[in-house]
Design a protein around this ligand. Structure first.
Ligand SMILES: Cc1cc2nc3c(=O)[nH]c(=O)nc-3n(C[C@H](O)[C@H](O)[C@H](O)COP(=O)(O)OP(=O)(O)OC[C@H]3O[C@@H](n4cnc5c(N)ncnc54)[C@H](O)[C@@H]3O)c2cc1C
Length: 309
């Protein structure tokens, strides 16, 4: 079976590609290989040819990632232009590289309510993988199906129910890459939806660090969080930021990493942090929160790659 260097896809295949600039936290070493496929067929043919022993990692725009300082083994797949079409009507179908905000805006213009995506800075692929959500609505609430390319290079349509979407998690098959998602959102008046999105943006700016800061959003899951299933136990009462605050860790620093003074659950790179600084500060927070409350915080940020090469 072929190694990456033996394959000549139509898209871009780059060895030793530094990944820091592709993530919101701006840290991390290189991918052994970065593949930016031209389109879905290009991706499928590449994966079918690639030695199954080579690890594959799909990334979006890195708004929920710490790439460790030693980089990522194998092939990192980042979808681009061939995967960002949006078709908004009674249902909304978007390529996995489409930005959540653009999908929310296109849906609203077509009178469909995906407003919860407006302030989430990731892609549709990342939204499916993380079951991204905001203001009480989650991707799972309106997702019908996804198209994906399996690690073996097979293109499949998978019903949302098969993905086991739950609070900030899903069961996308190992090494598979989501290429497209279809939603069935409720109808809404375009002007009202636009006004709601403007209010959400204003609320975010009031309560969260500026989107110019180097963060990856919420660092830890809110304990006892569940998807909005309508169940009586669907509660988010225990907030990670409050536990971090109570443990005295708001504003705590390690190297160039800080727990953001404005929102204590936002781990932030002040400019000089390494991935190791960020991860170590996060682990220190987990320890202090456990010592002060007996609660073990779980990482929401995905940490991937090697600590060193
Ligand atoms: C300022 C800020 C605010 C945020 N606010 C919110 C919020 O309100 N709600 C919320 O839910 N999240 C929030 N986040 C976190 C983040 O935006 C979401 O988790 C988002 O869904 C990640 O998308 P991404 O494209 O950046 O994925 P990445 O960070 O690149 O990847 C995240 C995970 O998704 C997987 N993935 C990405 N694309 C694909 C694909 N095509 N196929 C298979 N797997 C894939 C990756 O393997 C990884 O496991 C925030 C982040 C920031 C920086």
């Amino acid at each position: 079976m072929a190694q990456p260097q033996d394959i000549t896809p139509r898209g871009r295949l780059t060895p030793d590609q530094p990944l820091g600039d592709f993530t919101w936290l701006r840290v991390g070493g290189p991918a052994d290989w970065l593949f930016q496929p031209a389109d879905e067929d290009d991706l499928a043919e590449f994966l079918a040819a690639l030695d199954p022993q080579v690890p594959v990692f799909a990334m979006g725009v890195g708004s929920n990632l710490i790439v460790r300082d030693g980089g990522i083994e194998g092939v990192v797949i980042r979808l681009g232009r061939g995967f960002n079409a949006i078709d908004a009507g009674e249902t909304v179908t978007a390529g996995a590289a489409a930005l959540d905000s653009r999908v929310a805006i296109a849906a609203a213009a077509a009178g469909r309510d995906l407003t919860f995506l407006r302030t989430i800075p990731g892609t549709i692929g990342g939204a499916v993988a993380m079951n991204a959500g905001c203001y009480g609505t989650y991707t799972a609430d309106h997702l019908v199906s996804v198209r994906l390319v399996t690690r073996a290079g097979e293109i499949r349509t998978v019903a949302a129910g098969e993905l086991n979407l739950r609070y900030r998690a899903s069961d996308i098959p190992e090494g598979a890459v989501v290429t497209q998602a279809t939603f069935a959102p409720p109808a809404g008046d375009p002007d009202e939806l636009a006004a709601r999105m403007a209010a959400q943006l204003a609320h975010r700016d009031e309560t969260q660090p500026s989107t110019r800061e180097r963060t990856a959003g919420s660092t830890f899951r809110n304990p006892a969080g569940f998807s909005s299933t309508g169940r009586a136990d669907d509660t988010h009462e225990m907030k990670a930021w409050k536990l971090i605050d109570d443990a005295g860790m708001r504003g705590a620093t390690l190297g160039g990493a800080v727990m953001n003074p404005k929102h204590a659950n936002f781990l932030t790179n002040t400019g000089s942090a390494s991935a190791a600084d960020l991860e170590a500060l996060g682990e220190e927070v987990r320890k202090r929160v456990y010592d002060s409350s007996g609660i073990t915080l779980e990482w929401e940020i995905a940490r991937v790659g090697r600590t060193r090469r």
